[in-house]
Design a binder for this molecule. Sequence first.
Ligand SMILES: [Zn+2]
Ligand SMILES: [Zn+2]
Ligand SMILES: [Zn+2]
Ligand SMILES: [Zn+2]
Length: 336
Amino acid sequence: MKTYTCQCGTPLFFGNRQCVECGLDAGWCDVCSETAAVSPEGTCVSCGTSVVPCANRTTYDVCNCFVDASLAEPGTLCRSCGMTTMVPDTSLPANVRRWALLEAAKRRLLYDFRTVGYPDDQLTALPPLAFRFLSDTPDKHVVTGHANGVITINTSEADPVHRESTRQQFGEPHRTLIGHMRHETGHFFWMREIEGRRDAEATRLFGDADANPYAETMKQYYEQGPPEDWNEQFISTYAASHPWEDFAETYAFYLDMRAVLDTLRWNAPEQVQDLGDDLPSMLATYCSAGIVLNEINRTMGLTDLVPEVVPPAVVSKLQFVHDVFESLRTGVVSQS
Ligand SMILES: [Zn+2]
Ligand SMILES: [Zn+2]
Ligand SMILES: [Zn+2]
Ligand SMILES: [Zn+2]
């Protein structure tokens, strides 16, 4: 993530809603796609456009974005909030707090898409990418997942106690909201970019999804667990459950990697001076940075930032994900 600068010279971070030094309102400007300060008259300091806050910033404080004032009407939402089609009962303060954390993770996901150059029109084509943030009710459990462009996330995932106990239960190295966003959009990406377009290559790398009925295969995975040698073929244990999950886990790792490399690029450029735009270069830089980042985390008693080891079989899968993103970014179909 890029660190931005206020007009007063103070760093502005992606989640800021005010400059801590000069006190100006700040946030993500949908017009210039920057985190920027906004003058008391309502002008984005970065692009000079007249802006107004997203209605979810004013009404619920679950967003930090600004939108073009000339296009706004009362209740206008920013681009990110506009992708949310259902939210939990906002009369309960705990729900609003959880919703805010989910929106923050979603804004970060949309920044990821900018980093990798995923075209906006791929998100808005029919059916568009949409999000539902829902809470369990006494008679209905909300299952986190993706279906036909719609990502549903159970708001309990925004409760750190629940999330950590679930992480322990499944033996996961990480369980985070941004991780959910990256994983679930892997299923969206499969639907939009892989299925019906790149089937032969996807089947060769991830296995035949059609030959493995999803419900049955997942039941078997939960009963038996991953194969003993899962780490020679997969990026995570969960990736071993089904070809779709293998793809989503691999894709999520790819976005993790790109996000960390982007953060290094803006904040510690000396760490990435040899970084090229090819996958082997990215992986090598990420893995060597990971050794340092893991050690820093261990110093502070935290879990490893980069827990994964990438075997050759997974490198091929990552190369596929990289090639698809690159062909979408450049409009050139890869020959590899
Ligand atoms: Zn300032
Ligand atoms: Zn702006
Ligand atoms: Zn918003
Ligand atoms: Zn999944």
